[in-house]
Design a protein around this ligand. Structure first.
Ligand code: AMP
Length: 472
């Protein structure tokens, strides 16, 4: 490979996204739009839907769901089946060309695809296909999937073609696929990225998160099993399980940060897990303090759990301005810091003269917490103790979470005391890896914790593989 994995991570679009698919006995368009709004938190850069009504039509653009799915182009779409996608990407890789669903025309009909996740063998696959004379229009690994699928469809029926395609892929994917008027979903063999099935009044639906079914007045049916391909119709569904590894590798960060608290993922409610993480944190890393405050919004359930377990009063101590853009993806450190100051401001009466425990879901670079500690001290806090629901993030994610090169991570190679010094906090404590497993009720054999342990559930060049503990 000409580029290292970490270089590739920097340049490649990140598929930290959300997908939905529907098969109804009436028009799907407005429900697809509603469903995408429910999972808007999974990607705010771009959105799109593709529907089938004898032919495949689509709208996909940069922007929020309600901006993209409006106007004459959207009004002109009709069809009883369809798929949708919301896309997150880093600033550098955001461009209209990379929006999804991707649609291609084949001699067995149009094929549309939405993908959440990252393939670890994308560069290898692309190089091989390009050497064989294949051409690509975008830089996404999702295009590789649809090109292979289109090729397979010339020889096999849809399920066989999807199965052969998936056999070429290594890494994380939750896929929604429309082939002519038929709708399919597929989940990677390790279950890294989520996908679940719901029943609505008008038919069946696939979505990244179960909250979609609640808000569309439907019912959660089940998670798509790791390595399963499912076809949905207005009246039912058929699952086809591929043979796969003995263990799964559900991404722990979905529960820690990414998914909505009201979503139930692989049998565990996100809110409940986050609250338990806070409780474990209070037991493992207690603090002598007067008040517990969350970093809004993602630290709330952790802080509540911490307060309940420790008996320290929970208060709102930081006001969040929800109209400020996401600071995490801003390209320069100075801009990220400025963004945090614009986004958060202490509530003085909560913190003045108090020993404050401030709780967040995770620390990556430390930008947010460093700024918050500074603000809390400026607002008169007597002491500031930082507590984090997720164990220290020390290694890159190759499966779709936007955590990049190793030198970005404040926790890599540092003790809690050293991190406290960098944040100017009186103390710092994180939930342990064991504590995380107990909050989730899942063993290490069924979790991807690569960003915490630097041991990966698939073969990543230059990294250790989970359970094998050897450098590949
Ligand atoms: P940092 O400021 O770099 O330490 O990032 C940590 C903050 O960003 C926390 O408040 C998290 O809730 C949030 N966060 C963590 N991971 C991500 C991610 N991959 N994308 C966006 N925000 C994140």
């Amino acid at each position: 490979m000409a580029v290292t994995m970490e270089d590739a991570m920097d340049d490649a679009p990140k598929h930290f996204c959300g997908v939905v698919a529907m098969a109804f006995n009436s028009d799907v368009k407005s429900d697809l739009k509603k469903a995408l709004r429910v999972i808007q938190h999974r990607g705010q850069e771009a959105a799109g839907i593709a529907v089938f009504d004898g032919a495949t039509k689509y709208v996909r653009k940069m922007g929020l769901v309600h901006e993209v799915l409006a106007g004459p182009e959207y009004d002109a779409l009709h069809g009883n089946v369809g798929i949708g996608h919301v896309r997150y990407s880093t600033t550098g890789s955001s461009c209209a060309q990379n929006c999804q669903p991707i649609v291609v025309t084949t001699n067995v009909g149009d094929v549309a695809l939405g993908h959440n996740g990252d393939l670890v063998n994308a560069t290898k696959l692309r190089n091989k296909l390009q050497n064989d004379g294949w051409a690509f229009l975008t830089t996404t690994d999702s295009e590789i999937i649809i090109r292979i699928l289109a090729n397979e469809l010339t020889q096999s029926d849809p399920v066989k073609a999807i199965r052969s395609t998936l056999k070429c892929l290594d890494g994380a994917y939750a896929l929604v696929i429309m082939i002519g008027g038929r709708v399919y979903g597929a989940r990677d063999p390790l279950g890294l990225r989520p996908l679940c099935l719901g029943k609505l009044d008008k038919g069946y639906c696939l979505a990244s998160e179960s909250a979609v079914f609640d808000i569309l007045q439907g019912e959660f049916v089940r998670d798509i099993a790791p390595g399963e391909i499912v076809e949905i119709t207005p009246t039912g569904f058929t699952g086809h399980k591929m043979s796969g590894p003995a263990h799964t590798a559900h991404c722990m960060f979905e529960w820690v940060y990414f998914a909505r608290p009201d979503t139930i993922m692989d049998g565990r409610e996100v809110y409940d897990v986050r609250k338990k993480l806070g409780q474990v944190l209070a037991l493992e890393q207690p603090a002598d303090a007067d008040v517990v405050i969350p970093v809004p919004d993602s630290g709330r359930a952790n802080a509540l759990g911490f307060a309940q377990e420790s008996g320290i009063m929970y208060e709102e101590g930081l006001m969040k301005n929800r109209y400020v853009e996401r600071t995490f993806i801003l390209p320069e450190q100075a801009k990220r810091e400025e963004g945090v100051s614009l986004k958060l401001n202490p509530i003085r009466s909560t913190v003045l003269g108090k020993r404050v425990v401030v709780v967040d879901d995770s620390i990556v670079r430390g930008t947010t917490l460093r700024k918050i500690v500074y603000m809390l001290r400026r607002a008169g806090a007597a002491e500031v103790h930082v507590r984090i629901g997720c164990p220290p993030v020390i290694a890159p994610c190759y499966y779709g979470i936007d955590m990049k090169t190793r030198d970005h991570f404040i926790a890599a190679g540092r003790t809690f005391e050293e991190i406290a010094e960098l944040l100017n906090a009186d103390s710092v404590g994180y939930t342990s890896v064991k504590g995380l497993q107990s909050a989730l009720g899942l063993s290490e054999q069924d979790l991807c914790m690569a960003c915490l342990t630097a041991e990966y559930p698939t073969c990543v060049p230059g990294e250790k593989m989970r359970f094998q503990k050897t450098l590949l």
